[in-house]
Design a protein. Sequence first.
Length: 73
Amino acid sequence: MNDNKILEIFGHNVKIERVKKSLSQQELAELTEFSVPYISNIEHGKYNISLTRARKISNFFKKTIDEMLKKQE
């Protein structure tokens, strides 16, 4: 799997988990201490985020990084 696909899957899963919690990007940004543009770019697979930031987002959703890297429907 190439890097872009990994970023797309992670971003897609962030969006899925955010929507499950009925959170806006603004609310998620505030809760994770990231900016709204940063959250948006993650969800669109545009940022190759660090492991520490991926862990912070995964932990927020009570998921492992591994779970966040598996394609969800």
